[in-house]
Design a binder for this molecule. Structure first.
Ligand SMILES: [Cu+2]
Length: 163
C-alpha cells in the first residue's frame, strides 16, 4: 500500500471515529435532557419580536467569562441572545436556574464530550457565532453558564434577573 493511500484510509477512519463520538455525545445529551422542564421560561418564537442582547464568551487572566455577566429583563420579555465565542476554547451558553446548572456541571464532568444544541443551550467552537431565542416567563434570578468541565468553576457564569 502506498503512503498516500494509507493516509487517506487513516483519515477516513479518524473521521468515522469522530462521527461516532459525536453521535454518542448527542445521544447522551438528549438522554440527559429527556423530559426536561425549563425552569427559566420557555423557548422563544422566532416569528415574534425580541430584544437583542449580545453576549461574548472568552478567557482572560486564567478565568473564563461571559461579557456582560449580568442582565436584567422584564417578565414575559423575549430575548434574542446573539452569542460570540471570542475565546480559544469551545464554550457553551446554557440558561437554567443556578441549581440546575450546578447539577448539570457535575453531569458534564462525567460526560465531558456532551454537546448542546437545545432550546435553552448552545455550544460554540472557537470564533463561532450563534443565536438563542428565549422567553422569560417567570420572575426570579436565573443563570447562564458554560458547563464544560472546569469552565463553570473558572467563573463562566452570569446572572439573569427577571423583574
Ligand atoms: Cu466555557
Amino acid at each position: 500500500m502506498n503512503a498516500i493511500k494509507f493516509a487517506l484510509i487513516r483519515a477516513a477512519l479518524v473521521a468515522s471515529a469522530v462521527a461516532l463520538v459525536g453521535y454518542v455525545a448527542v445521544q447522551q445529551s438528549s438522554f440527559a435532557h429527556e423530559g426536561h422542564e425549563f425552569a427559566a421560561g420557555e423557548p422563544g418564537n422566532p416569528k415574534r419580536t425580541s430584544k437583542t442582547i449580545q453576549i461574548t464568551m472568552t478567557e482572560r487572566d486564567g478565568k473564563m467569562l461571559f461579557s456582560p455577566n449580568r442582565i436584567e429583563v422584564r417578565r414575559g420579555e423575549q430575548i434574542k441572545f446573539v452569542l460570540t465565542n471570542a475565546g480559544y476554547l469551545t464554550h457553551e451558553f446554557m440558561i437554567a436556574t443556578p441549581d440546575e446548572n450546578k447539577k448539570h456541571a457535575v453531569l458534564m464532568q462525567k460526560f465531558p464530550d456532551m454537546v448542546h444544541d437545545d432550546p435553552n443551550g448552545k455550544t460554540l467552537k472557537t470564533k463561532e457565532k450563534g443565536e438563542l431565542i428565549w422567553r422569560f416567563t417567570k420572575r426570579g434570578t436565573f443563570e447562564f453558564a458554560c458547563l464544560i468541565a472546569g469552565h463553570y468553576e473558572a467563573g463562566m457564569l452570569g446572572t439573569i434577573v427577571v423583574k
